[in-house]
Design a protein around this ligand. Structure first.
Ligand code: NAP
Length: 306
């Protein structure tokens, strides 16, 4: 029999949708992929999620979301969905081994920060390497840090990080920013930011915590090292939407387009969280849209008598 609600992804959006759907007696099934719990599982302290005045560790917060979803009867399945058929309900989702069928689907597959691909980047993630200045900037009070990238995100993060860091070095591979003029000007006028142009980061250094970065000047080939306590990678995000390419309406960058709450262009298919939001990208906004998606799916089921 087809599921009432199948939720794809188990970050803050998916698990909030699960809590709401389960409490509405809809017996939701969450299908989680490789990174169960989503992006918060790779951050350390979360200090801006309301309700936790002392902060909470990202993985712990996600474990609590999950317990709360389970408490009301959410079921979980692990499966790497390889293909979907959304041509008509019940919708079908295929993993290598099994096929799920559902009357409504909430897509909350999130987005992933693009990484440079340095040998020690993943090992030092959360130990000085970060992809989120809003999340981690606070931990670098009075320290010297580096930001990689030359777009709006990198400029925004560099400016934001000067609130905490004693010095921010921006490292960009070309000799002009991709960022809008206003953002670039803010960086260039900020006395706490120094820009290294035509420079690539070759690796991040440190045993337990970041102690520096290895650099290469792309014009001269000269190698150097820079002592920093943190490396913020701000080279863009990619929504996890490959699976839905050509099937669901997306914007140029591949984010799912939602209208009237969480509705996609396919009736019965909803989207929540970072997979449809390249602007806010916060756990709290993802959770909020997850709640909306569960309510939208519940109303859809009621109105279509499925
Ligand atoms: P982006 O505009 O795609 O810029 C990515 C930057 O990272 C580029 O400078 C790029 O270098 C660099 N980069 C990419 N891959 C790299 C690699 N492997 N190694 C080193 N550098 C690499 O991404 P974004 O800054 O995240 O912005 C995404 C969108 O959101 C944009 O449309 C932006 O305008 C918007 N946004 C707006 C605001 C705002 O207005 N407040 C804030 C944030 C984002 P190249 O320049 O050489 O390609």
């Amino acid at each position: 029999m087809a599921e009432n609600i199948l939720i794809l992804g188990s970050g803050p959006a998916g698990l909030t949708a699960a809590i709401y759907a389960a409490r509405a007696n809809l017996n939701p099934l969450v299908v989680e992929g490789i990174q169960a719990g989503g992006q918060l599982t790779i951050t350390s302290d979360v200090e801006n999620y309301p309700g936790f005045p002392k902060g909470i560790m990202g993985p712990e917060l996600m474990a609590d979301f999950r317990k709360q979803a389970e408490r009301f009867g959410t079921r979980f399945a692990i499966g790497d969905v390889k293909r979907v058929d959304f041509s008509k309900p019940p919708f079908k989702l295929f993993t290598e081994k099994e096929t799920f069928e559902a009357n409504t689907v909430i897509i909350s597959t999130g987005a992933s920060s693009n990484l440079i691909g340095l040998p020690n980047e993943m090992r030092l993630m959360g130990k000085g390497v970060s992809t989120c200045a809003t999340c981690d900037g606070f931990f670098f009070r009075g320290l010297e840090i580096a930001v990689v990238g030359g777009g709006d995100s990198a400029c925004e993060e560099a400016n934001f990080l000067t609130k905490f860091a004693s010095k921010v070095t921006m490292i960009h591979r070309r000799e002009s920013f991709r960022a809008s003029k206003i953002m670039a000007d803010r960086v260039l006028k900020n006395p706490k930011i120094k820009v290294l142009w035509n420079t690539a980061v070759e690796d991040v250094l440190g045993k337990d915590d970041v102690t520096g970065v290895k650099l290469k000047n792309l014009k001269t080939g000269e190698a150097s090292e820079l002592n920093v306590a943190g490396l913020f990678v701000a080279i863009g995000h990619s929504p996890n939407t490959k699976l839905f390419k050509g099937l669901i309406e997306m914007d140029e960058a591949g984010y799912i387009i939602t209208r009237n709450g969480s509705k996609t262009n396919i009736p019965g298919v909803f989207a929540a969280g970072d997979v449809q939001d390249h602007v806010y990208r916060q756990a709290i906004t993802a959770a909020g849209t997850g709640c909306m998606a569960a309510i939208d799916a519940e109303r859809y089921l009621e109105n279509s008598h499925l």
